[in-house]
Design a protein around this ligand. Structure first.
Ligand SMILES: Nc1nc2c(c(=O)[nH]1)N[C@H]1C(S)=C(S)[C@@H](COP(=O)(O)OP(=O)(O)OC[C@H]3O[C@@H](n4cnc5c(=O)[nH]c(N)nc54)[C@H](O)[C@@H]3O)O[C@H]1N2
Ligand SMILES: Nc1nc2c(c(=O)[nH]1)N[C@H]1C(S)=C(S)[C@@H](COP(=O)(O)OP(=O)(O)OC[C@H]3O[C@@H](n4cnc5c(=O)[nH]c(N)nc54)[C@H](O)[C@@H]3O)O[C@H]1N2
Ligand code: SF4
Ligand SMILES: [Mo]
Length: 696
């Protein structure tokens, strides 16, 4: 029996797993013992990865839609040629930017790096990622506050902190290993605090739950900042030596009085003051935020209001502290730095002459062969298709017909496309319904490449099973189209994932995310390696759990962190008389993953999960409306759409709040086309709605 250590490709924890293989079949999956992230543990999704050997159809060929609407199977070479010819034809007819791509945070680093090379460098067009729906806010917040998109923590900080604050994060469901690390925390008197309008599974297990009004986090953290200043609960030395603009911030937050905070957040004066005292009395306070913060119309400023609290209390760079953004998808961290979409390979700007010169040198090409500007954003791509300006779209490893906000706008876009390539492991996903080309690729258990987890740790995905006839990886599919496009020498050095990894290492040289000291081989059967890990500095980086900012130096020109702030805005989509309630959305259970294309892999979960869309309603609201458990309601959204859900009655949602798991397509039928000003991340979590009971 052979044992292969590889990386789980669901969530951002990137657990390592040992796959035991006999006769090219997985017989056992065991979480890798001693791996610093998950040390012998994992969740049910990772343990179920062996099911892919049954659920993914083997030996599939590409399919091309014919004039009569049917699909014809073709050889891979024919498929590549068809897509390449069509991309060129559309560009010739409608202009360079008339084709676009949607990338992902779930492929390997090498796969989206190559996709970014073909689409952005060669075709000079736009590719945004599904990371826009997820991490874009944290990216912008980090860049403005720290000077680079660099979350500084290690997971170990969860075990060292005495005061752990989760804001808009529900790790009990979404990041079980994060929660496991909290349970491992043996610091005497350690406290867990949750800020979430909903009494989430994490809130139920916390010491303190602050169930504030939706979208009032920014107001809450400015109020808290003002209180910390008034009470002089500050780390003056840290503020003086390592930050900028504190005096301006101090003036600014004076307007955020306790009375205003109470009125706007719905929390009591006592609750806010208690929270202030908890932050002050903690010796090692850590703040952890996820989608409840990232997905809002003033999300970047909200994330930064959390960073500001950590900076002013000196809770950053030390063990058990930090303003820590938790990543969602398994490789979101790599896609942020290596997908060639919002930033150049290695995290620099497209317009920076030094970076351009360096990347051209690494690729052995001319600078004119490189992308010139950041991509159009996801919403601009979908709007561009609906406006008839974009005619061709290639999506891989994402299912936007389901996951995109106000998703009927994707449905209408898909119908307008002359070329719509869907590359996935399942042709049953909603997005494939209107595709003109389908590329079936092999799943993670048959691939190789590199992943970067939420604490900047690189780890190896290695093929667990051998591939059959016709079975190709995402990397090979993209490379095939690149060759058919006639990229020739532009693909020199990109022949295999290992070659691509070497190029990306070189692109990272001297950047904050420098990985030049890491080789492809070093990652195999390893404990993973966190960035930075520059060549020649291996000795000083040999610790297995490292954090950034321990010297108080950030990545801004002055090496100081910035206090970033801006007045709380009026809600652009407030509740009204017509739409008096709020639709909150998020993860439903540990076993369900996003659009549920992969739920069949987790058979146990599929058996017990609801087949139809459901929604949580407060007990009092249900009583007042004569609604009982499993009754159906029709929910009307401010975006003009409506959808039917089965009701689950609970006191864990607020009186005027409904909570819909994202795993059903109905959920995003109702979410609006509203985005954060700076990150363009959708505001998924607070849509004005009303409902009526469906009489059966
Ligand atoms: N089982 C499972 N695990 C997953 C995923 C999955 O699909 N299934 N997806 C992965 C991915 S890609 C991601 S990004 C993460 C997401 O991980 P999380 O962000 O932890 O999960 P969510 O359920 O989206 O949202 C977290 C909480 O935000 C709260 N919230 C809503 N509005 C507000 C608000 O105004 N303020 C505050 N403070 N909170 C608010 C919601 O009530 C919810 O409890 O999970 C990852 N892990
Ligand atoms: N209302 C609301 N909407 C949300 C959110 C929310 O909190 N609320 N969260 C948002 C967030 S944070 C995220 S990350 C998105 C996620 O949204 P999506 O990325 O659209 O969701 P997934 O279901 O993860 O899609 C991944 C696809 O990749 C396929 N796949 C798996 N492995 C492979 C592979 O190796 N190669 C290829 N080519 N395909 C593969 C799967 O079959 C699946 O179709 O949803 C967003 N949508
Ligand atoms: S889904 Fe996340 S927590 Fe579960 S096994 Fe995979 S990486 Fe680990
Ligand atoms: Mo995500």
């Amino acid at each position: 029996m052979k044992k292969v250590q590889s990386t789980c490709n669901y969530c951002a924890i990137d657990c390592n797993l040992d796959f035991y293989v006999e006769d090219n079949r997985i017989v056992k999956v065991v979480p890798t013992k001693g791996y610093p992230v998950n040390d012998g543990f994992s969740c049910i999704k990772g343990l179920s990865l062996d099911k892919q050997q049954k659920t993914v159809k083997p030996n599939s060929l590409p399919k091309i839609r014919q004039e009569d609407g049917s699909f014809k199977e073709v050889s891979w070479d024919e498929g590549f040629k068809h897509v390449a010819d069509k991309l060129k034809e559309l560009q010739a007819k409608y202009g360079t930017e008339s084709v676009a791509g949607i990338s992902t945070g779930q492929l390997t680093l090498e796969e989206f790096a190559l996709f970014g090379h073909v689409m952005r460098d060669h075709l000079k067009t736009n590719v945004d990622g599904n990371t826009r729906l997820c991490m874009a806010t944290a990216v912008v917040a980090h860049k403005q506050s720290y000077g680079f998109d660099a979350p500084g923590y290690t997971l170990n900080d969860l075990e060292l902190s005495d005061t752990i604050v989760f804001i808009g994060a529900n790790p009990v469901v979404a990041h079980p290993i994060v929660w496991g690390r909290v349970l491992n925390n043996k610091v005497p008197g350690r406290k867990v605090i949750v800020v979430d309008p909903r009494k989430s599974e994490t809130a139920m297990n916390a010491d303190h739950w602050y169930g504030l009004k939706h979208r009032s986090d920014l107001l809450l953290f400015y109020t808290i900042a003002n209180q910390l200043i008034e009470k002089d609960y500050l780390d003056h030395k840290f503020i003086e030596e390592h930050t900028e603009k504190f005096e301006d911030f101090k003036e600014f937050v004076k307007a955020y009085t306790l009375e205003r905070g109470v009125e706007g957040t719905g929390l009591s004066k006592e609750q806010i003051l208690e929270f202030v005292e908890l932050i002050h009395s903690g010796k090692k306070v850590s703040f952890w935020w996820t989608m409840g913060v990232n997905q809002g119309y003033e999300a970047v400023r909200t994330a930064q209001s959390i960073i500001n609290i950590a900076l002013m209390t000196g809770n950053i760079g030390k063990p058990g502290t930090g303003a820590n953004s938790i990543t969602g998808q398994c490789n979101a961290m790599a896609s942020r730095a290596y997908s060639n979409t919002a930033v150049f390979y290695g995290g620099g700007d497209f317009t920076n002459p030094a970076r351009r010169a360096r990347i051209a040198e690494v690729f052995g090409t001319d600078e004119s062969k490189l992308a010139e500007k950041p991509t159009k954003t996801y919403n601009q791509i979908i709007e561009g298709i609906n406006a008839g300006e974009i005619k061709g779209l290639w999506i891989l490893c994402t299912n936007p017909r389901h996951s995109w906000t106000n998703n009927e706008t994707f449905a209408s876009a898909a119908k307008k496309l002359e070329l719509f390539v869907v590359q996935d492991i399942y042709d049953t996903i909603e997005s494939a319904e209107d595709c003109t080309v389908y590329f079936p690729v092999v799943p993670g258990i048959k691939k190789e490449g590199t992943y970067i987890n939420l604490e900047r740790r690189l780890s190896a995905m290695r093929p667990v099973l051998e591939r059959g006839e016709n079975e190709i990886s995402d990397y090979e599919a993209i490379l095939g189209v690149g060759k058919a496009l006639g990229m020739g020498d532009e693909l020199k050095g990109w022949e295999t994932p290992r070659d691509c990894f070497n190029l990306m290492r070189e692109c990272s040289r001297n950047m904050p995310c420098d990985i030049t000291g890491i080789t492809w081989e070093m990652l195999e059967n390893s404990h993973g390696i966190q960035w930075p890990y520059p060549e020649g500095k291996e000795e000083e980086n040999k610790e297995e759990q490292r954090r950034l900012y321990s010297d108080g130096k950030f990545f801004t020109p002055s090496k100081k962190a910035n206090f970033m702030f801006e007045d709380v805005r009026e809600n652009p989509l407030p509740t009204t008389e017509e739409f008096p309630m709020v639709l909150n959305t998020g993860r439903g259970s540990v076993g369900q993953w996003h659009t549920q294309s992969r739920t069949k892999e987790v058979k146990f979960v599929e058996d017990v999960s609801a087949k139809k869309a459901y929604i949580y309603m407060n007990t009092k609201m249900a009583e007042e409306n004569g609604v009982q458990e499993m009754d159906q309601i029709r929910v009307y959204s401010v975006n003009g759409q409506d959808a039917v859900f089965h009701v689950k009655v609970t006191d864990n949602v607020q009186y005027k709040e409904l909570y819909a798991p994202i795993h059903y397509i109905e959920c995003n039928k109702l979410t609006p086309s509203l985005y954060d000003t700076y990150s363009k991340e959708p505001s998924y979590k607070a849509t004005p709605i009303r409902f009526e009971k469906v009489e059966e």
